[in-house]
Design a protein around this ligand. Structure first.
Ligand code: PLP
Ligand code: COI
Length: 367
């Protein structure tokens, strides 16, 4: 399939360089978008066709399009960084491509071939590379591939037509304070996802389901919500957009132990989570994918054996947790400041992503 044909001269409608530079000086997160986007169509019987790199702009959808009513939607999030030599690279895009397929399968949507996903990312990045912030900062270009059911009709069944699109947005640190520790509300009543449900698919409904608890957490002065399992309301799963890690610093001279909840099906298999586990194992640290209860979290923090907690995700990289609140209790994690283990892993990851450290795992995908 000759996939990505350039439909329109890409120099048309490009934002003037001075305006782009002004945005890149202070991009925020998800507020500004680059000049182009990729679109690819899927139709039953025909498969994927009409791949295009087109100027960024509104999509036209039938008011009865499946996604608007029955929410067949999946998305991904990955970052492009500028390397020291001025070229650009994506971080582990094949992993995102495979997770996109996993999400699509769960939502009864067609799977985009991994090579096509990569082709879309590369075509976009080659065109809009000027939007990748300069090397030497923590800024990046955040790529957001997504797919929606576009077939019109109110019948309750998988759509027979889909649109894949890829847009991109320059990004500063996701949280305003950079490595400023987060405050977490442990939500013991509302749940984000259930066993057997769609929690391990990156689908918009999971995020919609988390917004009310997020609003309630904000009203309690917290930045993020930690969700528990939906059966016992006891086992920590993840935050609304990040995985969680618990760090037990060993006695002097002993390596730390880092623990993260196992992939039970109701939480997202984060690419950052996997990268952190890999890096920690390489350091010879004890890494465990094991259940952590909220009571254990509170008790170990009080005892002082739980020395650090951090959240991780593409948008947020690694961010320490400083304060934790749950119904009837509140505690400060350690001394409330970013911990040694968190900062070390964060630095290692960022250095690999930005081409400052060796890439032993082939994670850095140069474009
Ligand atoms: N959990 C949820 C619910 C997320 O939305 C994300 C962000 O993508 C993550 C975890 C972390 O995943 P990743 O490291 O692949 O970005
Ligand atoms: C990501 O880290 O890519 C995410 O999906 C977070 C996003 C929901 C803001």
């Amino acid at each position: 399939m000759a996939l990505l044909t350039i439909e329109k001269k890409p120099t048309v409608d490009v934002l003037p360089a001075a305006q782009r530079e002004a945005i890149l000086a202070d991009p925020g997160f998800g507020r500004h978008f680059t000049d182009h986007m990729v679109t690819i169509t899927w139709t039953e019987g025909r498969g994927w066709h009409d791949g295009r790199l087109v100027p960024f702009g509104p999509l036209s959808l039938h008011p009865a399009a499946n996604v608007l009513h029955y929410a067949q939607e999946v998305f991904e999030g990955l970052k492009a960084y500028r390397l020291p030599d001025g070229t650009t690279a994506l971080f582990r895009p094949e992993t995102n491509a495979r997770r996109f397929q996993h999400s699509a399968r769960r939502m009864a949507m067609p799977e985009l071939p991994v090579t096509t996903f990569l082709q879309a990312c590369e075509a976009h990045l080659r065109q809009d590379h000027a939007w990748v912030p300069e090397h030497g900062t923590e800024k990046s270009l955040y790529l957001r591939p997504f797919m929606v059911g576009t077939e019109p009709g109110l019948g309750m069944r998988p759509a027979a037509e889909y649109l894949f699109a890829l847009i991109a947005s320059p990004a500063a640190a996701y949280f305003a304070g950079d490595v400023e520790p987060l405050s977490i509300w442990v939500c013991e009543d509302r749940v984000r996802a259930v066993s057997g449900g769609v929690g391990d698919a990156k689908t918009g409904g999971n995020y919609a389901a988390s917004l009310l608890a997020q609003t309630e957490a904000a009203a309690r002065g917290c930045d993020q919500v930690a969700y528990l399992d939906a059966v016992e309301h006891r086992w920590v799963e993840e935050l609304g957009a990040m995985n969680l890690f618990f760090v037990y610093e060993g006695r002097a001279g002993e390596p730390p132990t880092i623990v993260t909840p196992p992939l039970t099906g109701s939480l997202l298999a984060g690419v950052t989570r996997d990268s952190v586990l890999t890096l920690a194992r390489e350091l010879g640290w004890d890494t465990r994918e094991a259940p952590v209860s909220v009571d254990q979290w509170q008790a170990d923090a009080a005892e002082g054996t739980l020395t650090e907690v951090f959240a991780c995700g593409t948008a947020a990289v690694l961010t320490p947790v400083g304060v934790v609140k749950r119904a009837g209790a509140e505690w400060t994690q350690g001394d409330g400041a970013p911990g040694r283990v968190t900062l070390k892993l964060r630095r290692m990851l960022l250095d690999i992503q930005r081409g400052l450290a060796g890439d032993r795992h082939g994670w850095v995908h140069r474009v």
